[in-house]
Design a protein around this ligand. Structure first.
Ligand SMILES: *Cc1c(COP(=O)(O)O)cnc(C)c1O
Length: 429
């Protein structure tokens, strides 16, 4: 029996309507940008396997470091105990993050990194006996699938069955180009009327991922962060997707002049090898938990907090990320994406095309409205799979988020296939 038939009998997949979905493609090997299925077909992983893989699959250097760590210390409880891979990773991350960051808290993934950030922000106030409980977030935002992270995300078809159970959040309209003043005015108004109640503002800096690769200019985000910080509101940058180079700088917040209080990191952190989440914070947040009163402790932790193998993978991934080859590849990918954007400009099949760093996104024109359930999505997904490219459009929004090791020829091939798809769309109208 094939792997995909065996799978079908026993496995329930994420974000998958199990009644109508095609059988899962069983991958038996990954190498560089390529994934190989059980029948020997290969696919370029143009979405970095849900945005986590930054150096290509089965990177020998990360594999070696992981193997060494597994032979030396696979895991140890992280309360009362510590280990070098976690210490080294924290020592290396802090100087790369904006200079106000001073402590690293480990968890398991992006959603838990966000949960920890929310808890830090809320308890920061309650530890001081101050009643601030409201949270600000953006419309269209996505911060994860656990209840707290769903609460601060936009209300959408993802959250609909649970909306009654999510805590209330005030969602600011997204200040996309031309709409900046509206968002600023709404924030001003909120701050004038409810200043005393806001605990935190959480945002995906510069690009909102799952919400449709929607982009926001650094200038307006800086204004919003600045206003929140002036009002004493804790600012939380969810860099789970944007971290580790995606936006052309190591972190999206490196494009800003204001430094958020808390950062959430995951996805690219281990190069896509192991699950790991990080929440970093500044001294002010950390110190609000220091007390002789044990009730002021941050009571949060997971069984696998700071797993040594995951930390070793993250340290190895950082080695690769910071080397000159990777850095120049990232610049090169950006240039090539911009050139393709130029080539696509004015194409009748496109509503919009946008690029930041190594990410290129385009909204394909359709008669239906832009949404996650747009029927063009399935058509595009199969079209590109048949061309040997894994692209996973968000509705009619098609995007490329490649591993940084992708070659000119591989990226060119993806661009040519997208161009041909768009031409076919127009021809068949
Ligand atoms: C993916 C994502 C998350 C959730 O991360 P998981 O590891 O999938 O739990 C949170 N925030 C952002 C911005 C993300 O893109």
């Amino acid at each position: 029996m094939s792997l995909s038939s065996r799978d079908k009998k026993v496995i329930w997949h994420p974000y998958t309507q199990m009644k109508t979905a095609a059988d899962s493609i069983a991958i038996v090997k990954g190498e560089g940008v390529y994934l190989y299925d059980e029948y020997g077909n290969k696919y370029i992983d143009a979405v970095s396997s849900w945005w986590v893989n930054i150096h290509g699959h089965s990177h020998p250097y990360i594999a070696k470091k992981v193997a060494e760590q597994a032979c030396n210390l696979e895991h140890v409880i992280f309360a009362g105990f510590t280990h070098e891979p976690a210490i080294e990773l924290a020592e290396r991350l802090l100087p790369l993050l904006p200079c106000n960051q001073s402590k690293i808290f480990y968890s398991d993934d992006g959603s838990t990194a966000v949960e920890v950030a929310i808890k830090m922000a809320l308890q920061y106030w309650s530890n001081q006996g101050i009643n601030k409980t409201k949270i600000l977030a953006f419309e269209h935002s996505y911060h994860g699938d656990t209840f707290g992270s769903m609460s601060v995300s936009a209300r959408s078809s993802f959250t609909a069955p649970f909306n009654d159970f999510l805590f209330d959040v005030i969602h600011l309209p997204l200040p996309t180009k031309g709409k900046e003043m509206n968002t600023i005015a709404i924030l001003d108004n909120l701050l004038d009327n409810h200043l005393d109640s806001f605990a935190a503002f959480i945002f995906e800096p510069l690009i909102l991922g799952a919400g449709g690769m929607l982009m926001v200019e650094p200038e307006v985000l800086d204004v919003l962060i600045n206003k929140c910080q002036d009002a004493g509101i804790i600012t939380i940058a969810d860099e789970v997707m944007t971290g580790f180079g995606r936006t052309g700088k190591l972190f999206a917040c490196n494009h800003l002049s204001n430094h958020p209080d808390i950062f959430c990191l995951s996805k690219g952190i281990t190069g896509g090898t192991m699950a790991l989440g990080v929440t970093s914070c500044n001294e002010k947040i950390h110190d609000a938990f220091l007390s002789d009163d044990k009730a002021k402790t941050l009571f949060h932790g997971h069984s696998f907090t700071a797993n040594p193998i995951a930390c070793a993978a993250a340290n190895a991934s950082l080695d690769l990320l910071l080397n000159d080859t990777t850095q120049s590849n990232m610049i090169h990918i950006n240039k090539q994406q911009l050139m393709f954007m130029d080539r696509m400009k004015g194409h009748a099949a496109l509503e919009d095309c946008r690029c930041i760093g190594t990410i290129l996104a385009m909204d394909i024109r359709t008669s239906e409205k832009t949404s996650y359930f747009n029927s063009l999505r399935d058509e595009m997904y199969s079209y590109f799979l048949n061309k040997g490219i894994l692209l996973r459009p968000l509705g009619n929004t098609l995007y490329i988020m490649p591993p940084y090791c992708i070659t000119d020829e591989e990226l060119q091939y993806i661009h040519d296939c997208i161009f041909a798809f768009c031409d076919d769309l127009i021809d068949n109208k």
